[in-house]
Design a protein. Structure first.
Length: 361
């Protein structure tokens, strides 16, 4: 059995996980720092300091939950890119220290690549506080379901607070970036629309819930598709359209608190419908261009109920991660670390934190 310890600290979550033989998650702990809610977004300096406070408790909790001893770990995988450099440095330093002191391989993981790979994750078999918590749903029998099969070529979409990118996957190790947002990421648009509506942070889950009781046809928000063949995204116009709808144009200012709960639900549902329409049209274009046999979707917005519902009727199979692995976690990095280790992709102790992804057009 191959046991990999994964570490994630790219943005505001400090996370660690232990996986067995790739996608089988034995333990996954994520510390989310509520401090950012006050600022309606991530404050890099606060994030770095919170990672320093959390990294050791998170690692200790993860190992205890996995019932695996540190000495039995075969390799350490760490997300060393892309992200906030001050945040990344904390995870990278912890991973290097563990790899050096245990004399085990250090595996560098691209966080965006890990979001794609998260569709393979399955909660593990071993009883532990963490896996018990995770096993409500798919794993409640205590048995791991077989990992979903991704048939290549595939199209991948990473939709999160920091990314909205499309990929052509020929295998898990042969991937090209084929489209990306030219302004806001879709999750960022969710967070900003929630701020406009004064709903709290992060906005995605709140808007998703409110959208269930609203009318998606109540407000006709724009669907920005760019040129006919384009695989790029743009969400800033949609965000501005919501701002004008809620606050009014210059000269007739109003406030979000003048909206009724039904108005807010209608705005949420109409905004969500616009996002989902755009994401689906771009996936359709990419699948056609790549002759894809499967679609894989990861990142925080892959938890979205409207997106999941709409893609349940797509022409080729669409794979989503289990809900608990849509947002940032270390299980996806550890599992991808298994694939990378098999391909001899390891790093030396001079591994650096990199702000940008390895994927560029
Ligand atoms: O993947 P993630 O944890 O972090 C990044 O790598 O950016 O994604 C966080 C983003 C946030 O913008 C959050 O609002 C959004 O994912 N999100 C959602 C939902 N759950 C989280 N957006 C739409 N619907 C959801 N259910
Ligand atoms: Zn992420």
């Amino acid at each position: 059995m191959s046991l990999i310890l994964g570490i994630e600290s790219t943005c505001d979550e400090t996370a660690a996980a232990v996986v067995a033989d790739g996608p089988r998650v034995l333990a996954s702990v994520v510390a989310t720092h509520a401090l950012h809610a006050r600022y309606r977004g991530v404050v890099p300096e606060i994030a770095s300091r919170a990672h320093i406070d959390s990294i050791l408790p998170v690692l200790i909790e993860t190992l205890a939950a996995s019932a695996i001893k540190l000495a039995d770990i075969d390799a350490i995988a760490v997300a060393n890119r892309p992200g906030l450099v001050g945040s990344l440095l904390v995870g990278v330093t912890a991973a290097k220290t563990l790899a050096w002191s245990l004399a085990k391989p250090l595996i560098p993981v691209d966080h965006v690549h890990a979001h794609l790979y998260s569709v393979t994750l399955t909660p593990g078999l071993f009883p532990s506080p963490c896996t018990q918590r995770e096993s409500q749903g798919e794993g409640s029998s205590g048995l791991s379901p077989a990992p979903p099969q991704v048939i290549f070529p595939a199209v991948g979409l990473v939709c999160s607070g920091g990314h909205t990118s499309l990929f052509h996957l020929r295998s898990w190790l042969d991937i090209d970036l084929i489209g990306a947002t030219i302004d806001d990421a879709v999750g960022e648009a969710y967070d900003k629309v929630a701020a406009i509506l004064e709903l709290g942070y992060p906005g995605g889950p709140i808007i998703d819930t409110l959208a269930q009781s609203g009318d998606p046809r109540a407000v006709q928000f724009p669907r920005t598709l760019l040129e006919r063949e384009s695989l790029d995204f743009s969400f800033s116009g949609l965000k501005t359209a919501v701002l004008y709808h809620v606050r009014g144009h210059k000269g007739r200012e109003k406030r979000a608190d003048s909206l009724t709960p039904a108005d807010i639900a209608n705005v949420a549902a109409s905004f969500q419908a616009a996002c989902v329409d755009v994401l689906i049209e771009k996936i359709r274009r990419a699948a056609h261009r790549c002759n894809a046999r499967t679609v894989v979707i990861g990142g925080g917005v892959s938890a979205n109920s409207g997106l999941r519902r709409a893609l349940s009727r797509f022409d080729i199979p669409v794979l989503f991660p289990p809900l608990q692995y849509c947002t940032d976690n270390a299980a996806m990095s550890a599992a991808l670390g298994h694939v990378l280790l098999q391909a001899n992709v390891t790093a030396t102790l001079d591994l650096e934190a990199q702000p940008s992804s390895q994927f560029a057009i």
